[in-house]
Design a protein around this ligand. Structure first.
Ligand code: 13P
Ligand code: SF4
Length: 306
């Protein structure tokens, strides 16, 4: 179908469904362009909690659409491709987490937002890459912390000496980043600012000028006076970053940093999903209620429960 016709039909359906289209910064350019709002996990959660429209069409991966549903249970939340998952989120399940907690009674369980609703329901606090170190440091120093599922983000939170136990999960896309890639890019582009996502291995993150969430990277490049940036995260971010900064030079740390789950939704899938009201995200109320607690604590920066 002609792109312009596709876009027209999606816009019409948006009215009919009273829908807002949210997209993660890693989505395909054509999806970012048609979305009402693009952002990182934290920005998208804040948006999902505040939306007034009846329908949220979530162009991202399942845990993100689940987070939107947890925060806005009365809304229709659609994930256009039902099996767009997250390899990292699938590295821990609720039963394994319960077993881990049983080995460490009294410990606080802190989950990265990249986790399933069932896992969040077992946790005390949720964090994203935009706020993890700061929120972890606000927890009492004498409480043991179980951090999951991302071991690398856990290491990043521990970099100032905070002791925490880390689950051995990772993002396969960021895990492939190496110090050799950094050295090569530094040689090719001397003086460029190196921005790395904290899902990368600690030895790579340690070389960064700044370790930032995807939203943090976009803000940094927008506000910086520098001209050249090496971007160490999934390459979908370069679309909007380049649109926003036409005169700046943006170099991916590696062109191989592609999350297949984030590339599943094209305009065709988006249109089909809206036409057929698919796929509806549903979460059993008993899980949703419990999963909402650690997310609200994060959003409201509420530590009164401690
Ligand atoms: P942020 O966009 O929150 O930085 O997260 C990156 C990511 O891997 C999302 O899956
Ligand atoms: Fe999950 Fe990694 Fe893809 Fe993000 S980039 S959705 S952490 S697999």
């Amino acid at each position: 179908m002609d792109r312009a016709v596709l876009i027209d039909e999606i816009r019409q359906l948006k009215q009919e469904l009273d829908a807002v289209i949210l997209a993660h910064n890693y989505e395909l350019g054509e999806i970012q362009d048609i979305a009402d709002f693009c952002g990182d996990s934290l920005e998208l959660s804040i948006k999902a909690a505040a939306i007034e429209a009846r329908t949220i069409v979530f162009c991202g991966v399942r845990f993100m659409a689940e987070t939107a549903k947890i925060l806005s249970p009365d809304k229709l939340v659609l994930l256009p491709v039902p099996d767009a998952g997250c390899d990292m989120a699938d590295m821990i399940d609720a039963a394994s987490l319960r077993a881990w907690k049983a080995e460490h009674p009294g410990a606080l369980a802190v989950c990265y937002v990249n986790s399933t609703a069932e896992v969040k329901a077992e946790c005390d606090l949720c964090v994203t890459s935009a706020n993890a170190p700061e929120l972890v440091e606000m927890l009492p120093a004498d409480r043991e912390i179980l951090f999951l599922p991302d071991g690398n983000l856990g290491s990043f939170c521990a970099r100032n000496g905070r002791l925490l136990r880390r689950w051995d999960g990772c993002c396969p896309v960021h895990q492939r980043m190496t110090t050799a890639m950094v050295e090569r890019r530094r040689r090719e582009f001397p003086g460029a600012k190196l921005l790395i996502h904290p899902e990368a291995p600690p030895e790579v993150t340690a070389l960064a000028d700044e370790a930032l969430s995807t939203g943090g990277m976009l803000r940094y490049v927008r506000e910086s006076q520098d001209a050249t940036f090496i971007i160490g995260t999934e390459i979908g971010i370069l679309h909007r970053m380049q649109q926003e900064n036409p005169d700046k030079r943006l170099i991916p740390l590696t062109e191989q940093a592609i999350c297949p789950h984030m590339k599943r939704i094209r305009l065709e899938e988006l249109l089909y999903a809206m036409q057929n009201r698919r796929t509806v995200i549903e979460i059993p109320e008993a899980i949703r209620e419990r999963a909402e607690i650690p997310i609200r604590r994060m959003l409201e920066r509420d530590f009164s429960w401690l």
